[in-house]
Design a protein around this ligand. Structure first.
Ligand SMILES: Cc1ncc(COP(=O)(O)O)c(C=O)c1O
Length: 385
């Protein structure tokens, strides 16, 4: 089966007893022990054993071409579990441009954990080669395309460099989704998703997921961390996630096609200084994106707004005014839902953000592209007048 068919039918699951094609939600927190003192069902206690997780995890494993997956109660819980599986003193490479909340955690908490985190330009293989420490660097963290500038990292090349130094590679593939990129096939060891975003796709579940290519030592530690720290998803959210993934392919394909048209349209706009989108041939990472993203360049882009009089330069106020004047786009944070979102990213990230003050981050949903363009045109006109 092709991945789109796997997703649409959630692996073709049918209930053995009732022949239902939609799975049940298991709310039980505990399971019966057998008379001979064994747990033949393999399930003991639902902190780690809830059957409702199984289908979502199996679907994601199949979509990523992996060995196994684990759901977590948020993308941050999934991401931090990978770092928590490391030991004090371990050296870690992370990108300078990455999801800001994880960057903050790495700067403020991972260091207390004893990790030595070095932030580098992950898009530059020479810098990765220079900074990776043979035997000491245990993890290289990639995010591609990376928030909020959509910087592209060459996954295959970075994996080669990291593996030569005996470091594992984890990829935050939230924005690419398994529809466009399968990092494990490019050599990554672990794929991470904020399942809150495209995997669920309806802005109604906070969830995270990790998929591993092998039953490695780090994976066994991650499994133990989830079981013992207990950062697990609720059964209803796991069920909603399975349902959301059934429409992953059409949602992502529509968002990609629309984002490409929107990026091309506004690249020529007099109020726009620059459009950041991996699908534009002028974008720095376009060639690598074309190599490792298949079927589209994602639904995320950013626009940099000029001053209100249209003169070049940082149009912070014009950007904020544009976000204030949209009607169809929703002025909210997050991404990957069926509804399009717009936000002034520097206002969200605060001090230390790599986001220019004139940058608006756009998450393109599945509405009509012409409506989205007309609404943004109108908002830019309001900001100008
Ligand atoms: C790329 C990326 N990674 C991780 C996260 C964290 O996910 P969550 O909000 O589910 O904790 C986000 C959230 O915005 C994200 O955009």
């Amino acid at each position: 089966m092709k991945p789109a068919s796997i997703a649409a039918q959630a692996l073709g699951w049918v209930d053995g007893e009732t022949r239902a094609i939609a799975p049940p939600i298991h709310t039980s927190t505990t399971f019966i022990r057998d008379p001979d003192n064994q747990y033949r069902s393999g399930r003991v206690y639902a902190r780690d054993d809830n059957p409702t997780f199984d289908q979502a995890e199996a679907v994601l494993t199949a979509l990523e071409g992996g060995h196994a997956s684990l759901l977590f109660d948020s993308g941050m819980a999934a991401a931090t579990a990978v770092f928590q599986a490391l030991a004090p003193g371990d050296h870690v490479l992370a990108p300078k441009v990455m999801y800001w909340s994880l960057r903050n955690w790495l700067m403020n908490f991972a260091t207390h954990w004893g990790l030595r985190v070095e932030f580098i330009d992950m898009t530059d293989p020479d810098e990765v080669r220079r900074t990776v420490q043979q035997g000491k660097t245990k993890l290289v963290w990639i995010e591609t395309p990376a928030n909020p500038l959509w910087a592209i990292t060459d996954i295959a090349r970075t994996c080669e460099i990291a593996h030569a130094a005996d470091a594992r590679v984890a990829v935050d593939s939230t924005v690419a989704t398994p529809v466009l990129t399968r990092p494990l096939e490019l050599g990554a060891d672990i794929v991470m998703h904020a399942a809150t975003k495209y995997l669920n796709g309806h802005s109604d579940v906070i969830a995270g997921a990790l998929t591993t290519g092998a039953d490695s030592a780090i994976w066994l530690r991650i499994k133990a961390i989830r079981a013992q720290l207990g950062g697990v998803l609720g059964p209803f959210e796991a069920w909603l996630l399975t349902r959301g993934m059934r429409t992953l392919f059409p949602r992502v394909r529509v968002a990609c096609a629309s984002a490409q048209v929107i990026a091309e349209h506004f690249a020529q706009h007099p109020m726009i200084q620059e459009v950041l989108y991996p699908g534009l041939p002028s974008f720095a990472g376009h060639a690598i994106a074309a190599k490792q993203m298949h079927g589209g360049f994602g639904g995320m882009l950013s626009i940099r707004v000029r001053r209100a009089n249209g003169a070049p330069g940082a149009g912070e106020h014009a950007a904020i005014a544009t976000a204030a004047n949209v009607e169809l786009w929703k002025r909210a944070t997050s991404l990957g839902g069926v509804e399009s979102l717009i936000e002034h990213r520097a206002s969200v990230e605060g001090v230390g953000t790599p986001a220019p003050v004139d940058l608006l981050r756009l998450s393109v949903g599945i509405e009509d592209t012409d409506d989205l363009i007309a609404d943004l045109e109108h908002a830019l006109a309001c900001a100008r007048s």
